[in-house]
Write a protein that binds this ligand. Structure first.
Ligand SMILES: N[C@@H](CCC(=O)N[C@@H](CS)C(=O)NCC(=O)O)C(=O)O
Length: 287
């Protein structure tokens, strides 16, 4: 597949997994969006402990502040030098800001990440609100189950900075943050709680299908079924993935990468297989 030529440098966080593949859901979602929009880009890998230094060296803005008021730097970040020197390089951090920038700058009306930007209907905030369901509900339910796996796949250089950052952030040791050893009651309980959370979120995503069922039923059972099959409704807004879908698949993709044999086998079977299908559909789309 031909890509749109750009001069985008993408700052990513490598792991010790084959090919150094990144597992951060924040970097994954941006790469999924760039791959979906068929943008070319170059990756610069940054070890976890070097994030602040690399961001400062490259004039990449902070995305927040530490409790002591000092700037907090995170990845992903990009420098887009497309059109340089006529156009000043754009230096952007924060996955949401990057995805908005890419959608506005590389306006492919066939592949909107935020349809609101393209058709002027609605607001980006609607997409952000929808995605917060995944970040606020699904991800916290998974965290105790995958935390240690995420630590294990860090590069040797990133392991200690990563551990220190997360233990400081959550004010608990890595072992305390985990749900307990494989097969333990506490871990199985955490899996059951996560499944319940996924089921609930999955059901709330079915609402528009339900609406359409009613609408299409009026067309008669056969036509209604055909239209529904044609529509597919694989994604939150219909037949194409948009912002919240990239956010969802970034969390699911992380589990698939760090815990393929247990966590991902479980999750991909939940909610009648919808989560497994989401990832498979995205992989198919990006091939
Ligand atoms: N709001 C940011 C959050 C990104 C984020 O938290 N990135 C983590 C990596 S997964 C990070 O860079 N952490 C650096 C640190 O905590 O020192 C975004 O959406 O891009």
């Amino acid at each position: 597949m031909v890509r749109t030529a750009t001069d985008i440098l993408f700052f990513d966080l490598p792991t010790a997994l084959p090919g150094g593949i990144a597992i951060s859901p924040w970097t994954i979602r941006v790469k999924l969006a760039m791959d979906y929009k068929r943008l070319s880009y170059t990756v610069q890998n940054v070890e976890f402990g070097d994030i602040e230094r690399v961001c400062r060296e490259n004039n990449l803005p902070p995305t927040g502040t530490h409790p002591d008021g000092s700037p907090y730097f995170t990845l992903p970040a990009i420098i887009d030098r497309t059109g340089s020197p006529a156009v000043e390089p754009r230096r952007i951090s924060d996955s949401l800001k990057i995805m908005e920038y890419l959608d506005v700058t590389y306006l492919d009306s066939d592949k909107p990440i935020f349809p609101s930007i393209h058709d002027g209907v609605g607001f980006t905030s609607i997409h952000v609100l929808a995605s917060s369901k995944f970040g606020d509900a699904l991800y916290p339910s998974l965290r105790p189950l995958i935390m240690e796996k995420v630590y294990e796949v860090q590069t040797e250089k990133s392991k200690e900075p990563w551990r220190t950052r997360h233990e400081t952030l959550y004010k608990r040791t890595l072992a305390e943050l985990g749900a307990g050893p494989a097969g333990s009651d506490s871990r199985e309980k955490a899996w059951a709680e996560a499944e319940k959370m996924f089921e609930d979120v999955g059901k709330s995503m079915d609402v528009h299908e339900h609406d359409d069922n009613q609408r299409f039923t009026a067309l008669g059972p056969v036509i209604g079924r055909l239209v529904r099959a044609y529509q597919g409704h694989r994604w939150l807004m219909g037949d194409k993935p948009t912002y919240a879908d990239f956010v969802l698949v970034s969390f699911l993709g992380m589990v698939k990468l760090v815990d393929p044999e247990d966590g991902w086998v479980r999750i991909s079977s939940w909610s009648g297989g919808r989560w497994g299908r989401n990832v498979a559909e995205m992989e198919k789309l990006l091939r």
